[in-house]
Design a binder for this molecule. Structure first.
Ligand code: HEC
Ligand code: HEC
Length: 298
């Protein structure tokens, strides 16, 4: 116990001493210029010429800085190198990603210094600690004190609503009461396949209905942003109504599932589809296809 605490304290102190702020001239102007070239060619279409955000979120300014508060540049370079460009990740080298980070610092009005930003020091250079914005806390007083959101709206949709409503839509293709019990996949072992054999048939439908009804209110969490950086319009009356409808449909699905009422799901699927589509029509797909996200959440 003691030994552990001691080691912990030492390594923390060592770490803290080396930390440096992005405000300290940590990149060179030449490096930012190299980053700018890559940015114009590969990033501007989604993040805007001035990094103000279009399809993707802004890469400078208040909301960007608050989500990167106190985090090291290494995280930012990892994020760029491993996940960007969003539609075609994996093509950027570490050096290019680091140059892009330098250009982002320049766009964020952090001063340039003499030397290039090097990979070896990225973990020791951190963004300034942002003061938490008071707005979300104030709007939260009405509800329970939920923690601030982790994901953007698109991620939340893909994580919860998409897979769970697909379980319900799937009932149009097969009756869970008559499905043969699935055998766990032999090899190679796959957790996802194995998991789907543990709560099969109607149990999976019960769970999907609970997931939809109980998580729909997360669409009202204050402080969440859409993928393009716009705040989720949680205060709009129609938005609240779309969410309330989704909760209702989740409850109807649960009652039908618990009664093992297969026929009822023709109607449930239609209601569920409408609950998603009615909101998407207004807040996701307006002014273009689903993929052109600039007008989302307007
Ligand atoms: C096809 C559109 C698209 C392109 C091109 C694109 N991005 Fe993104 N970017 C996104 C989306 C959408 C997100 C939000 C989802 C996510 O964080 O993965 C994002 C998120 C980011 C983030 C995280 C922002 C934050 O606040 O967490 C960074 C940094 C970033 N992009 C940098 C880049 C860079 C640098 C390039 C060019 C090499 C690039 N992006 C190209 C769409 C794009
Ligand atoms: C209250 C409004 C609303 C409801 C209800 C809603 N959505 Fe969404 N959905 C959105 C918005 C807005 C976006 C765009 C989010 C973004 O860009 O960050 C979105 C995005 C998505 C995406 C991600 C698309 C992409 O960018 O890859 C999926 C998947 C999705 N929704 C599925 C569903 C399903 C399935 C349902 C119904 C069970 C549903 N949504 C209900 C508003 C809603």
């Amino acid at each position: 116990m003691c030994a552990y605490a001691l080691v912990g304290a030492f390594s923390l102190a060592g770490h803290a001493q080396q930390l440096q702020s992005v405000t300290g001239g940590v990149y060179s102007a030449g490096q930012a210029a190299r980053g700018q070239q890559i940015y114009q060619a590969q990033c501007a279409e989604c993040h805007g010429n001035a990094m103000e955000g279009t399809i993707g979120p802004p890469l400078a300014g208040e909301s960007f800085l608050s989500s990167w508060s106190a985090r090291p540049l290494a995280d930012l370079v990892d994020k760029i190198e491993k996940t960007m460009p969003f539609n075609l990740p994996g093509g950027l080298s570490r050096q290019q990603s680091t140059d892009l980070a330098a250009y982002m610092l320049q766009a964020g009005k952090f001063p340039a210094g003499q030397a290039d930003l090097r990979d070896a020091v990225l973990a020791q250079i951190v963004f300034p600690t942002a003061r938490p914005s008071p707005a979300p806390a104030a709007t939260m007083s009405a509800g329970a004190s939920l923690p601030p959101p982790e994901g953007n709206l698109a991620e939340l949709m893909r994580a919860i609503l998409f897979p769970n409503s697909n379980i319900i839509f799937n009932l149009q293709l097969k009756d869970p009461g008559t499905q043969p019990k699935k055998q766990p996949a032999a090899s190679p072992f796959d957790y996802v396949e194995w998991g789907s054999t543990i709560y099969p048939g109607w149990l999976a439908v019960d769970q999907a209905a609970v997931a939809i009804a109980e998580t729909a209110p997360l669409l009202l969490t204050p402080g969440r942003r859409c993928q393009n950086g716009r705040p989720v319009p949680v205060d709009r009356a129609d938005w609240k109504q779309y969410v309330a409808t989704l909760v209702e449909v989740g409850k109807v699905a649960r009652r039908a599932s618990q009664a093992r009422n297969y026929e009822a799901f023709i109607d449930v699927s239609e209601k569920l589809n409408d609950a998603c589509a009615n909101c998407h029509k207004v807040y996701r797909d307006k002014g273009g296809t689903e993929g052109s996200g600039t007008t989302r959440c307007q």
